[in-house]
Every structure is written in structure tokens, then in C-alpha cells.
Design a protein around this ligand. Sequence first.
Ligand SMILES: Cc1cc2nc3c(=O)[nH]c(=O)nc-3n(C[C@H](O)[C@H](O)[C@H](O)COP(=O)(O)OP(=O)(O)OC[C@H]3O[C@@H](n4cnc5c(N)ncnc54)[C@H](O)[C@@H]3O)c2cc1C
Length: 341
Amino acid sequence: MFSVGVRSFVGPIVKRPVSLRLASTLVFLESSKDGKIVQSSLSALSAAEQLGNPIKALFAGSHSTKAAEQLKLGFSTSLVDQIIVANNEVYDNYLPEAVTPLCLELLKDNEFSHFVVASSAVGKNFLPRVGALLDYQPVCDITKIVDSTTFVRPIYAGNALATVQCTQEKKLISVRASSFPACGAGSFEAPIIEAPQVPISELGAKWESENLVKSARPDLGSADKVVSGGRGLKNKETFDKLITPLADSISAAIGATRAAVDSGFCENSLQIGQTGKVIAPDLYIGVGVSGAIQHLAGMKDSKVIVAINSDQEAPIFQVADFGLVGDLNEIVPELTKKLSK
Ligand SMILES: Cc1cc2nc3c(=O)[nH]c(=O)nc-3n(C[C@H](O)[C@H](O)[C@H](O)COP(=O)(O)OP(=O)(O)OC[C@H]3O[C@@H](n4cnc5c(N)ncnc54)[C@H](O)[C@@H]3O)c2cc1C
């Protein structure tokens, strides 16, 4: 039993209630300042499609119309029947104090049975507020949709999967992006309409500035190949000397364990795991990574896992598809040389 309105169960799937046959879904989509739709939002949209309801897509920020056009012209979805744009710069940085009243205004409408967001930093920031103010409990970080009321989500840092049934009138859901494919390429027709004006009073929070790390490398959260370094690399010099060329040789993103981050080998945006990013690339290569449970929580869904470790008893070998037992200082340069060819 989890809490009011949401319960876990093992047993037959509950038949969809009649009222839900008329259901519809509101999906919040994030986009960057140039109107490019964020990958995790495209996964949230494809997850929403599995609910089978007509979908209204919501963009917020001064770039919303551009993002809406990109969605219509660049992606394929059969269920989005309307795109709602809130073209107001107050939403530009997705401050939860600003986004929450907008979502509440739209969700007041009883038409929406489901509200879906990506389990990104943005979604994690405002969905609990929406839930609290509507008095509904969100179902967070789902990895599977069983039916329109039943969802699977990891618990205990991914060590167990809970199947939860949500009996609330409105289901507020955040979606683990790595568990759902992004919407495919294509195009569709849907009207773009303006969101209702929501009075924005004193927000109580102000966006001061941002300090973004720019990199030509693939984004860690959505890369299809990741090379991850651990404490076994011993220091930042070895991390840079061995991990960067290996990642370059296969055009991979770079990740790291918390121990590597805490030791100053790399910046903390590269951390994979329970308190870092959750990834599911086609290929994950762990170098000097022991495979602690908290790290596995962030990468064990990778399709092919390669582990390089001198300790053949290291737990990472229990999840690895390919294991290389030996000194990383010898194995990695040789592997990089072969892959570069
Ligand atoms: C609440 C909480 C949350 C946490 N969240 C995270 C998280 O999000 N992400 C995360 O990663 N961790 C997290 N941790 C930390 C986690 O428990 C581990 O401490 C961490 O993952 C270990 O990192 P590591 O594998 O790099 O280091 P170690 O466990 O020290 O492993 C280093 C490995 O390198 C190998 N090695 C050493 N020298 C060589 C060599 N020359 N050649 C080859 N192999 C070598 C060793 O055999 C060893 O297996 C969390 C911990 C807590 C308590």
C-alpha cells in the first residue's frame, strides 16, 4: 500500500471504467530557447500515446509557437489533436512558481484525465506542486504503462518495481524518458491555440542567470553510447587521458560514478545513478567502475554493458554482457587504438 489514491497490487488488470473512455491527456513539453523540443519530452509524448486518449500538447515560454511548429512538422503522432502555446517569457526558464498556475488553469478543465510530464529536472520541480494544489498524488518516474490507471515504477533505487494503480480522477504522471522511445519522425496536422492568460502575481523567485556547459559531445541523457569512468581511474589526469579518447573513438557521451565526481575527476553533471542521470544507451562502457547499487540504478537498462575492471569479483560483472578483467591503464589505450581504426 503506498498512499491515498495510489495503491500497489499484484493480480489481474482492472477493466477500464466507462468514464475513462471519454478521457483525454494533457502533455507538458519542454523546449530549448531556439524552440527545439527536448528529447525527454518526446519520450513523455510517446508514453502518453500509450494511454490511447486524445492528447493536447502544451508548450510554455516565448519560443512556444516555434516549438509547436517543430512538433507538427518534425514528429509523428496520431493522437495529438491540439497544441496549446503559452507564449509568455515569464515561462522561459520553467520556474515552477510560474509554470504551476498555468498547468492548474488547464487542469481545472474536467476533460483531462491524465497529465503527463517528463521526469526531468523541470518536471520534477513543478509536478509535486501541481499535485499538492489539486490534492492529487503524482505517480512519479514511471517506466511502463500497463493500462490507463496502472503503471510500473522503480522503488528502492531501482531494486524493485512497483505496479501501482491510480484511482484518482486525474492521474498526474512523470515519465522516465529512458524507458520510452522518443516520438518518431514525421508530421501531423493539429491546430495551435493560445493558452488562457493566467494572472502572474509576485512569483517569490527570480531567475538570475545560468551557467551552461557547452559541449560538442552527445548529451549524456540521450546518447546511444556512453563511456563512464570510476574511481579506479585514480585521478583527473588519467580520467581525461583515457576516457576522453575512448569516448571520441566511438562518438560517445562521457559519464562517471559519484565517487569519480566527488574526487574531482569530472563535473557533477556527468554523474550517472540514483542521484545522477538515468540512462539507457545502446552501449555503456564502464572503466574502473565497481558497479555499486546506486550506480547500477542509473545504467542497468543499457542494452549492451561492457565492464573493464581489475577485480573479477566486482559487482559490475553481474550485469555486464562483456567483461575485461585487467588493468585499465593497459586495456583502455589498446581498446581505443583498435576502435579508432
Ligand atoms: C545515497 C547514496 C546515493 C548515491 N548515488 C550514487 C549515484 O547516483 N551514482 C554513483 O555512481 N554512486 C552513487 N553513490 C555511491 C556508490 O555507493 C558508490 O560509492 C560509487 O558508485 C562507487 O564508485 P566507483 O565504482 O567509481 O568506485 P569504487 O567502488 O571505489 O570502484 C572502483 C573500481 O575500480 C576498480 N579498479 C581500481 N583500479 C583499477 C585498475 N587499475 N584497472 C581496472 N580497474 C580498477 C576496482 O576494482 C573497483 O571495482 C551513492 C551512495 C549513496 C549512499
